[in-house]
Design a protein around this ligand. Structure first.
Ligand SMILES: Nc1ncnc2c1ncn2[C@@H]1O[C@H](COP(=O)(O)OP(=O)(O)O)[C@@H](O)[C@H]1O
Ligand SMILES: [Mg+2]
Length: 460
């Protein structure tokens, strides 16, 4: 038996740092209790399905599994376990530099959580102790902006120091430009709120005027050439289809192409807003969910409809949003609209989907060429009393029916998506950095889907 591990969770949702509760990891369980003082704040809690007013002074207990050592909202703060993952490597090198070389697995995850679990995406800040939390919040982050042309090394060093007070020597390991590998490498920074102008600063740690916190995605030229421009185009067409889409800028940092995206988990003064991915929410409610794609769109709709605690407050609108996201994903050759690529935020006490992020047409890259990473409407299944597998059109109709979306509402969604993606193939063709082969593959793929969905819309 190993010793229980203990950490604390704080949040800055009110604008001020507040302790939310305590976290324990035992050999077999993950546990969390809210602070009694926190209960009276009426603020949202750890996750949507752990509402403070319902949990109250009981302790949340979840058995640890192969897939979740932590409660899902906490697990979300730990980078994926792939060795090559940029974010994971960054923190592990920092730890090694400080003489901490945890064994891979829960030991490593725990050490990473204590260092990288605060100031990250969302509203939760995990610390080793209250003392560490107070020190971190009290140390005003360097609020200077650095000209990128000056010395990215320095800025990057500051960025890493931001993780923790004593991360000084880290830059020696990282080198002047970040290494690439694994899932899309990214860092969090801030820029002037007037927009990207080649000056960057550290992410905000307190109420902050004149700044915008951003997520910066580095392009991996070998694995995914042209991906940033492609993601930017996808953001544009989602905006044209009526979705909320964050501001973004395409640029480069020391020769590495970057996509800079405004963070929607921060308000105008950079105060954290409650944010939780569908993966975290649904895995909280359903222990059978083991991966970010181990579910179906149909099942998400059922969860939205049946959950005793609101996942999305306007359930009907939520399901329409979901169906429309799927149609857009099909029409743009995304295929990768999984549970971690959709999140929920709370706006005026309403739980709603966040703005669109990561809508990248991944089918442009042959290893990701699949219609959809998650099933819908029994697509491809051989159903009883039928001699052919369910086709695309039938699957969309089945899903719409399952969502209680009428044919005329479905038609409205299809028309809006078709209109927004009308010029998509030409736009793809005009991209500067996507290689020709990827262009022609993507155009071929989406043209076929478009033909099917277009024909379906005509018949409705
Ligand atoms: N604009 C944004 N604001 C806040 N959080 C974001 C934003 N974009 C992405 N995220 C968060 O960061 C995570 C990783 O970003 P994503 O764009 O999905 O990268 P990847 O391509 O590596 O999956 C997302 O799952 C989401 O939680
Ligand atoms: Mg993603």
């Amino acid at each position: 038996m190993s010793r229980d591990r203990q950490a604390v969770v704080w949040t800055r949702q009110s604008g001020q740092p507040l302790k939310m509760g305590r976290l324990y990891i035992t050999d077999t369980e993950c546990r969390f209790s809210y602070e009694l003082d926190y209960l009276s704040t009426q603020l949202p809690g750890l996750g949507l399905l752990y509402p403070p007013h319902i949990i109250q002074d009981t302790t949340i207990v979840r058995p640890r599994t192969e897939f979740f050592d932590f409660l899902p909202p906490i697990q979300a703060l730990i980078p994926p376990r792939e060795e090559k993952n940029f974010q994971r490597k960054l923190v592990l090198s920092y730890l090694a530099k400080n003489g901490i070389q945890p064994t891979p697995g829960i030991d490593a995850d725990w050490e990473i959580l204590k260092i990288a679990g605060h100031g990250a995406i969302g509203h939760l800040d995990v610390f080793q102790s209250d003392q560490k939390a107070m020190e971190w919040y009290a140390a005003s982050a360097n609020t200077e902006l650095f000209e990128i042309s000056d010395d990215i090394g320095f800025s990057l060093k500051e960025m890493l120091t931001w993780f923790d007070q004593d991360a000084d020597s880290l830059i020696n390991i990282i080198g002047p430009t970040p290494s690439v590998g694994g899932a899309i490498p990214k860092i969090l920074l801030s820029i002037p709120d007037t927009g990207w102008d080649n000056r960057i600063g550290l992410p905000s740690r307190s109420v902050s005027h004149g700044r915008t916190d951003v997520l910066v995605k580095f392009e991996q030229n070998t694995a995914y050439p042209g991906i940033n421009e492609l993601e930017a185009l996808a953001l544009d067409v989602h905006k044209a289809a009526g979705f909320a889409v964050p501001r973004y800028w395409l640029s480069d940092i020391k020769g590495i192409p970057v996509l800079v995206v405004e963070r929607f988990d921060r308000d105008a003064l950079q105060t954290p807003l409650f944010t939780e991915s569908l993966y975290s929410i649904l895995a909280t409610g359903d222990a059978d969910i083991t991966h970010h794609y181990s579910y179906s769109y149909d099942a998400i709709g059922t969860a939205i409809d049946r959950s005793p605690i609101d996942i999305i407050s306007q359930r009907k609108a939520g399901k329409q949003h979901l169906l429309k996201r799927l149609i857009m994903s099909l029409l743009t050759g995304n295929g990768d609209l999984h549970l971690e690529n959709m999140s929920v935020t709370i706006n005026n006490q309403q739980n709603e989907f966040t703005p669109v992020y990561d809508p990248t047409p991944m089918r442009a890259y042959s290893i990701h060429n699949m219609l959809s990473v998650m099933p819908f409407g029994d697509y491809g299944e051989l159903l009883e009393k039928s001699d052919h597998p369910v086709g695309l059109v039938e699957a969309i109709q089945r899903l719409a029916r399952h969502f209680h979306i009428s044919p005329s509402q479905l038609d409205e969604i299809l028309q809006s998506c078709l209109a927004a993606t009308e010029g998509f193939c030409e736009q793809v063709d005009q991209l500067q950095t996507l290689p020709d082969l990827n262009k022609s593959n993507l155009i071929k793929i989406v043209s076929r889907v478009r033909q099917q969905i277009g024909a379906m819309a005509e018949k409705l």
